[in-house]
Design a protein around this ligand. Structure first.
Ligand SMILES: *Cc1c(COP(=O)(O)O)cnc(C)c1O
Length: 238
């Protein structure tokens, strides 16, 4: 798939992925409108993001706070940012100022600091709990069995609006193993619904990246995070 996308410009790649989402959704008996693409611009220069902006995109995913902050300053307030990578508590103040979403919440102490910082800024932030659905020890995210406790802890943090769960599947050629990670996350979500407080939601399932988004859509994803298939291979010296 990625090979034959190389000659396309951003708008063409985007259209192609939209089409594939539509097909994957229909195959799964789902409405394609339920699924958003979050273009992941990490390790790509502002010039590439500008090409996406010209194609109508206004919301980007970044996994490093410093890099996102720099880009946010350059591109101005019309562009929104979703942080999808781990957050150190000393960076919470930056996120609180410019980000609109944080998908990788996996630490309650950091959540508390983030909530205080948001309060100071007079802002709120949509957050997703990151679930380690593959049970790989090196992976970010909380273990599924911790999720209920996290949701209860978040109930006191009024500047963080819980919207869903995020996961990164196992990196495997075995599609069954990948699908299992997504299915586990979705059934965890279903099991958590009775424990939500008013204002808390778990409508969002952020699942799927360039290599596995079709599998994720079949398993109920509502947000696919696509980097390489939209922007090409990453350059690591932005
Ligand atoms: C980099 C990244 C992506 C995008 O990965 P691609 O394989 O390039 O689509 C998605 N999610 C997270 C959390 C990432 O860090």
């Amino acid at each position: 798939m990625l090979e034959n996308m190389e000659n396309l410009n951003f708008a063409q790649r985007y259209q192609k992925i939209l089409q594939e989402i539509t097909e994957a959704a229909h195959q799964a008996g789902r409405d394609p409108q339920e699924i958003r693409i979050l273009p992941v611009s990490k390790n790509h220069p502002v010039s590439s993001i500008q090409e996406a902006i010209d194609a109508g995109i206004r919301f980007f995913g970044e996994n490093r706070v410093q890099e996102a902050k720099k880009k946010a300053e350059l591109l101005g307030p019309d562009i929104r940012w979703s942080i999808i990578g781990p957050l150190q508590s000393n960076k919470a103040k930056y996120i609180a100022r410019f980000a609109h979403e944080f998908q990788a919440l996996d630490n309650i102490e950091t959540a508390k600091i983030l909530d205080e910082r948001l309060h100071k800024e007079g802002r709120t932030l949509s957050v997703m709990l990151q679930i380690n659905s593959s049970d790989e020890p090196q992976k970010s995210g909380i273990h599924p069995r911790q999720a209920k406790e996290y949701i209860q802890e978040l109930q006191g943090l009024n500047n963080l609006h819980l919207t869903g769960l995020m996961t990164i599947a196992i990196n495997s050629a075995d599609e069954k193993l990948v699908a299992d990670c997504f299915a586990r996350t979705r059934s965890l979500r279903d099991s958590l619904l009775p424990f939500l407080a008013p204002g808390q939601k778990l409508d969002q399932l952020s699942m799927g990246m360039s290599n596995d988004y079709k599998i994720a859509i079949a398993q109920g994803s509502t947000c696919i995070r696509v980097g390489t298939a939209l922007f090409g291979a990453r350059s690591y010296d932005v």
